[in-house]
Design a protein around this ligand. Structure first.
Ligand SMILES: Nc1ncnc2c1ncn2[C@@H]1O[C@H](COP(=O)(O)OP(=O)(O)O)[C@@H](O)[C@H]1O
Ligand SMILES: [Mg+2]
Length: 377
């Protein structure tokens, strides 16, 4: 998959921007605040229908404007072209997504058509942060490979919201609360079990990709691991529903006390280990960085095989966060296999790390305008 061109209107700091990209490495250069990340954010909207920095549509609308649009021309590995148009209108409160001039009935149908992997400094939260950060990492991969998963996840979130609203009311009569919560329980169990089963399967499959990528980066002496941690331990998928039901019953009184749902995939975590020890308490800063890069490379390989399409890679500001050896490895490993977008403030930092890359396009951005474009060899 590659993005051939993009056209923005009233998006973030841009009134208007039209860019053509190289099929290999695109380096977006400019000072802080120039508008580099805004371009990558538009790329992520084209592929995932949303911002990779979790911004809302209104945040992405240029201040003072009423609507924004993002148009992109993409070409897949079989050379088939797709044109995507995303339009958000603040006054009418509408967001439309068109693929080849046909409006998608569900915006989320876009997810998975154009696989993407992104990495930014904020994503160090995958190894350092809370279970929610790790769930999001897994959910974005699984959503790009399975429409069924994405829909189950979205429906589950709705059920959870209803259920939590009841539990948070502070009602005292247990029988009454039970009668209100029960109708949601079966749907929660059905959707939650589906999600948990997929997450367990994913962890087993993904671990193999991950170990390989980690070994390539750091050699065979360190052994990384990833384990799925759910609200209850199950071994077989058939066990999930009945164990879920029992666990809900067991935790019901505590749920009332605390006022929210305590059982299900929204409480899942993924435990990362290095040489058998918990990564959080064991690994050095450098090992955390290697771990994160290995996770992202594994995400790339996993999506590539599962979607049967090479994902686009988007690296925002990561080169300054990495030392030059890691940065070079990251670019060398990916630049020859896929279309890559990289932002940096330092033109020369890239020179050092991209010496062996060959075909590199440098796009210089100044005050949200293209200053110049250079083909570097
Ligand atoms: N909705 C918006 N409307 C207008 N300008 C915006 C909007 N959101 C962000 N900006 C501007 O975009 C600029 C930041 O762009 P960004 O791409 O994050 O910069 P960088 O080049 O450092 O990555 C800032 O100057 C900010 O004021
Ligand atoms: Mg930036």
């Amino acid at each position: 998959m590659r993005l051939e061109s993009i056209d923005l209107q009233n998006f973030r700091s841009y009134d208007w921007l039209s860019l053509e990209f190289s099929p290999a490495v695109n380096i977006i250069l400019g000072e802080n605040g120039a508008g580099k990340t805004n371009i990558l954010e538009a790329v992520s909207c084209l592929c995932l229908s949303r911002s990779f920095r979790s911004a809302g549509n209104f945040d992405m609308l240029k201040k003072g404007k009423e609507s924004f649009s993002i148009c992109g021309s993409l070409r897949n590995d079989s050379e088939i072209e797709s044109n995507v148009r995303i339009e958000f209108d603040e006054t009418r409160k509408t967001k439309n997504v068109e693929v080849n001039r046909e409006k998608l009935q569900k915006i989320t149908s876009l997810v998975g058509l154009f696989p993407i992997v992104f990495l930014s400094p904020a994503q160090s939260s995958i190894t350092f942060g809370s279970p929610g950060d790790r769930r999001q990492f897994v959910d974005i991969i699984l959503s790009q490979t399975s429409r069924v998963y994405l829909e189950a996840l979205m429906d589950y979130k709705k059920v959870l919201k209803h259920r939590n609203k009841i539990l948070a009311q502070g009602l005292k009569d247990i029988m009454h609360i039970r009668s209100l919560v029960s109708p949601w329980n079966e749907r929660m169990i059905e959707l939650g079990s589906k999600i948990m089963n997929r997450r367990m399967e994913f962890t087993n499959r993904f671990s193999a990709y991950f170990s390989k990528c980690y070994e390539k980066l750091s050699g065979p002496n360190e052994v990384p691991g990833m384990q799925y941690k759910s609200s209850f331990d199950f071994l077989q998928p058939e066990q999930i529903e009945s164990m879920y039901r029992n666990k809900l019953e067991e935790e019901f009184k505590r749920e009332i006390e605390i006022g929210c749902s305590l059982v299900g995939p929204h409480r899942d975590d993924f435990l990362f280990t290095l040489n058998g020890f918990n990564l959080c308490s064991y690994a050095s800063q450098g090992q955390h960085k290697t771990f994160l890069i290995a996770l992202k490379l594994a995400e790339f390989e996993y999506l590539k095989e599962t979607c049967n399409e090479t994902p686009i890679l988007v690296f925002d500001d990561v080169l300054s966060e990495l030392d030059s050896i890691r940065a070079r490895k990251l670019l060398e490993t990916t630049g020859s296999k896929a279309q890559v977008f990289v932002t940096s403030t330092d033109e020369h930092l890239i020179d050092k790390s991209s010496a062996s890359l060959g075909n590199v396009t440098k796009i210089f951005i100044k005050e949200s305008r293209v200053e110049k474009i250079e083909q570097a060899v």
